[in-house]
Design a binder for this molecule. Structure first.
Ligand SMILES: NC(=O)c1ccc[n+]([C@@H]2O[C@H](COP(=O)([O-])OP(=O)(O)OC[C@H]3O[C@@H](n4cnc5c(N)ncnc54)[C@H](O)[C@@H]3O)[C@@H](O)[C@H]2O)c1
Length: 255
């Protein structure tokens, strides 16, 4: 177990399923109480967190809405009195050629993938500052460092997330708050498994296999490959690591 987790409270967005759910379960195992903020009901995550003996609640929240994030913060304050760990994980990744992206598509994606990181940080940093301890992890993507068609809006949003993480790190390090980004490669989740494969592939399994072949660790990535990093980055052990982007991608070849 990483040090400093006992008695802490984490707010994890988009943790009703997928990568966020895996984060919730790992942090619960580490001794952290969990708030799941998701558009969807989070009953499954909440039940599994409770099985570790931790407190857990699911709060319906649209992370792209200022009012919804403010309501989330109020509910967290009322029920837990604190948020020590914030993981901005909710995100969408529609594959769309640049010329098919309308301004409304662009704005919606930016609101969920980037504005949300601003809104949640604004809501929870004041309490972290008062307690002189906080850990923020923002989900980026390995696509930021790659040449990937069909993702102009997505890659731009994740670049924004990386920039925001560095900027927040520089302002709040003196208050005991670290801010880092984690960039996975294509990971098997309900979101990726339900999307259509890219044109070059017959199935998502083919797409996963092709990517795995470009990794130093040649197997498809799963949420389990990310949880150790999250445990570390939200612990006392990583107190001197901030403003970084960790590419947790099996050593994907960048070309
Ligand atoms: N899966 C991958 O291949 C991969 C790779 C790199 C980065 N990421 C990033 O990891 C994060 C999680 O991805 P995933 O594959 O687990 O996604 P997913 O689609 O499986 O799950 C996403 C969760 O976010 C929630 N959500 C979506 N919009 C929301 C909103 N506006 N407000 C609140 N909740 C909302 C959904 O209800 C869902 O529970 C995303 O930020 C994604 O960009 C994923």
């Amino acid at each position: 177990m990483a040090r400093g987790h006992a008695g802490k409270v984490a707010v994890i967005t988009g943790a009703a399923k997928g990568i966020g759910q895996a984060f919730a379960l790992r942090l619960a195992e580490d001794g952290v109480d969990i708030v799941v903020a998701d558009l969807d009901a989070a009953d499954e995550t909440v039940a599994q967190v409770k099985a570790f003996g931790r407190r857990a609640i699911g709060i319906r929240c649209d992370v792209a809405s200022e009012g919804s994030v403010k309501a989330l913060a109020g509910e967290v304050e009322q029920q837990f009195g604190r948020c020590d760990i914030l993981i901005n994980n909710a995100g969408i990744y529609p594959v769309q050629a640049f010329e098919e992206i309308s301004f409304a598509d662009w704005r919606r994606l930016m609101a969920i993938n980037l504005d949300a990181a601003f809104l949640t940080a604004s809501a929870f940093i004041p309490g972290m500052k008062r307690r002189r301890w906080g850990r923020i992890v923002n989900m980026a993507s390995s696509t930021f460092g790659l040449v990937v068609p069909g993702y102009a809006h997505y890659i731009a949003s994740k670049g924004g997330v990386i920039g925001l993480s560095r900027a927040l790190a520089s302002e709040f390090g003196k208050h005991g708050i670290t801010v880092n980004a984690v960039a996975p490669s294509l990971t098997r989740t309900p979101g990726t498994l339900s999307r259509a494969p890219r044109a070059a592939f017959a199935s998502m399994d083919d797409e996963f296999a092709a990517l795995a072949a470009r990794q130093a660790v040649p197997q498809p990535q799963t949420p389990a490959d990310l949880v150790g990093t999250i445990s570390f980055l939200t612990s006392d052990d990583s107190a001197f690591i901030t403003g970084q982007t960790l590419y947790v991608d099996g050593g994907l070849v960048r070309s």
